[in-house]
Ligand binder design. Structure first.
Ligand SMILES: C[S@@+](CC[C@H](N)C(=O)[O-])C[C@H]1O[C@@H](n2cnc3c(N)ncnc32)[C@H](O)[C@@H]1O
Length: 240
């Protein structure tokens, strides 16, 4: 499979992502609050947290990060670690959390971060739904299957795009809702939710329907990425 060299910008992150995330803090606050609640209420506990693709942690909950003894991040964006420290470093040092940043393609360096133990928790931070911008669909599906197989003996979780597309741009994002994983865009409950949000036109499938084992409970979130463009996020956990 193709690997990625560290880059200042890439289709899923880099300077443009930092600029958008910084500018969008107010608009994204409700979805960030819902994600924060999920992390602090549902997260398995562990000493070591490994974050894959966290960028500067623009959407991460500092309270959740502060529960671990050690946080390790892997991102291909060379700015990510420094900005992560600027954003969260002081609070995490204060909470006694050791933070280590690694720059590189997480898939290529899997043997450096994956340990089969009970002390580690792995979090895929809005990265699995972005694979489709880097690879052909069959490679995306293979990558997701590999993640599931390789992590089947450890605790892990992910937030990822299920679908994204245009919005009318004047409706408030509807509340998050719970379901089993992999709900289809055409399911009546999904259609009602998207209609309430002002979804229109055609929505892109991010090929993440099988990230979790069948029947895994998930939280579905409406993320107003831009005023006229939304992402449907799916968030959940897998235990060994
Ligand atoms: C949409 S951003 C995630 C943002 C993050 N959730 C936050 O709170 O700011 C996706 C991130 O994944 C990173 N990424 C993409 N492919 C990667 C890979 N193969 N290995 C490591 N990081 C990767 C990108 O550089 C980017 O920072």
């Amino acid at each position: 499979m193709p690997t990625l060299a560290p880059k200042w910008t890439n289709p899923t992150g880099g300077w443009w992502w930092h600029a958008r995330a910084w500018r969008s803090q107010n608009a994204w606050r409700p979805v960030m609050q819902a994600m924060h609640d999920e992390w602090v209420q549902q997260s398995p506990s562990a000493d070591r947290l490994v974050l894959i693709g966290p960028s500067a942690g623009w959407m991460l909950s500092r309270e959740w990060l502060g529960r671990f003894k050690r946080v390790e991040t892997w991102d291909i964006d060379p700015w990510a670690g420094r900005l992560f420290d600027w954003r969260h470093g002081r609070a995490l040092r204060h909470a006694g959390v050791m933070v280590h940043h690694f720059v590189g393609d997480a898939w290529e360096h899997e043997s450096e971060w994956l340990r089969i133990d009970q002390e580690s928790l792995y979090w895929f931070d809005n990265v699995l739904g972005q694979l489709r911008f880097m690879q052909a669909p069959e490679l995306v599906r293979q990558r997701i299957e590999r993640v599931k197989t390789r992590l089947s003996h450890v605790a892990w979780g992910s937030v990822h795009d299920r679908y994204s597309g245009p919005l009318r741009g004047m409706d408030t994002a509807p509340p998050a809702w719970r379901s089993s994983c992999g709900i289809d865009l055409l399911a009546p409950r999904a259609q009602d939710w998207l209609q309430a949000w002002g979804a229109e036109g055609s929505w892109l499938d991010h090929l993440t329907e099988n990230v979790f084992r069948p029947q895994t409970p998930v939280l579905n979130l409406a993320w107003p990425f831009k005023p006229d463009f939304g992402h449907w996020l799916e968030m959940g956990w897998q235990l060994p």
